[in-house]
Design a protein around this ligand. Structure first.
Ligand code: FEO
Length: 393
């Protein structure tokens, strides 16, 4: 338990050991579930709770402050890493009401079976007085669920945006004290969780311009006491601009695809194109997702397994399709023994990406001079495409 401003306490918990979220997303640096307790002159509010695995740590933190009552539990988001302890808090503080918007209320009833009479619903822009402190509620939908709500603490100029601007980072630092480390963690978080909702996030960035913000206190990772650091990073990530970069994700079984990848990577580097290569046999999908935030082009490389792509490459294609990066171009390189339908399969798997498909290079057996020449032509085409407007050199 620590104070971020007078009578505004950080009471969340640090999960140093968690290594997967949703049994999907790698957490190499753990995470935190941030909750904040605001003691007003008349009322006390708890903003969010924590993952149900850490309920007792949250309760310990609240008890240490010495509050004898909680009047409001503000639920910004129904996902259980923030809502999962609400029932325990209501059991401990039975007079407390859950304050949220109507959409989140419905989701909390569905997910946690909280009784309907426990809720107070608020509209976008509505305020709630705690006496000398005023909470203003700001709807920020689709960061990354449809119901998400933020709170602006008017007197202290603190914005609590829940997952928005968060980072999966377990750290004892209450505030950001190492911007490069937090930038990487926040970009990973954006890539894995926020990127599919880039347009909605852009609208929310516009909306919060109206707030005079001194501090951003998200629900994961340290508090930003220099809010422009993370706001500017988000502006860049959601912009339509991409970089002169190729993400090359591949796997090889008997070296044919690997020989193509090695040749192709050199051809791209010789043309001044940044390459981020990922061998999918042992990849941190978070790093792959981060690379997709900015890259102008993605190239998938695969041998043919039975009639299609290697399953690891199909997985990468499905992942990229789900994350919907702003990538503008795509291609496929690979090899086959006697036939197959890999091109049709992969292009079907990335149908959500708004990309122009550049001529794939498929090789029968081990690559020969003609095949390397085809890779040179693909590198030339990528170079030409990367000179188009909106692609930063
Ligand atoms: Fe951190 Fe969407 O929950």
């Amino acid at each position: 338990m620590r104070q971020i401003k007078p009578n505004v306490y950080s009471v969340g918990t640090i999960d140093w050991d968690r290594r997967l979220f949703d049994e999907l997303i790698p957490l190499p640096d753990g995470t935190s579930y941030n909750a904040y307790l605001i003691k007003g002159g008349e009322k006390t509010a708890l903003l969010d709770t924590v993952d149900p695995t850490q309920t007792m740590l949250l309760i310990d933190n609240i008890i240490k402050i010495g509050v004898d009552k909680i009047d409001y539990v503000v639920a910004h988001h129904a996902e259980q890493d923030h809502s999962g302890s609400i029932a325990d808090i209501l059991a401990l503080y039975p007079q407390a009401k859950v304050v949220t918007n109507p959409k989140c209320k419905g989701m909390l009833i569905d997910l946690l079976h909280i009784e309907e009479e426990k809720f107070i619903t608020v509209e976008d822009g509505e305020t709630l007085s705690l006496g000398d402190k005023t909470l203003r509620f700001v709807y920020i939908p689709w960061v990354h669920w449809p119901e998400t709500l933020g709170t602006y603490l008017q007197e202290d100029k603190i914005f609590f945006p829940c997952d928005f601007f968060g980072s999966h980072l377990a750290t004892s630092s209450l505030f950001v004290d190492d911007e490069p480390t937090v930038y990487e963690a926040a970009k990973r978080y954006y890539a894995e969780i926020m990127m599919p909702f880039r347009t909605a996030i852009g609208k929310n960035l516009e909306k919060i311009k109206a707030l005079d913000i001194d501090m951003i206190a998200p629900s994961h990772g340290p508090v930003y006491n220099r809010p422009e650091f993370i706001i500017n990073a988000y502006k860049e990530w959601v912009s339509n601009n991409v970089k002169n970069e190729v993400v090359l994700a591949f796997i090889s079984m008997h070296e044919s695809t690997k020989k193509m990848v090695e040749y192709f990577v050199n051809a791209l580097i010789e043309r001044g194109i940044t390459v981020k290569q990922f061998n999918l046999a042992a990849v941190d999908i978070g790093k792959l997702a981060i690379a997709l935030v900015d890259a102008a082009t993605i190239v998938l490389g695969s041998p043919t397994v039975l009639t299609g792509a290697h399953p690891q490459v199909a997985y990468a294609a499905i992942l990229a399709d789900a994350l919907r990066p702003k990538t503008k171009f795509a291609s496929i390189i690979g090899s086959y023994g006697w036939g197959g339908k890999m091109i049709e399969q992969i292009t079907g798997l990335i149908s959500n990406l708004k990309v122009e498909l550049l001529e794939p290079v498929m090789v029968k057996g081990c690559p020969k001079n003609d095949d390397f020449a085809a890779l040179e032509r693909l590198a030339d085409e990528i170079l030409a495409k990367h000179k188009e407007p909106g692609i930063e050199g």
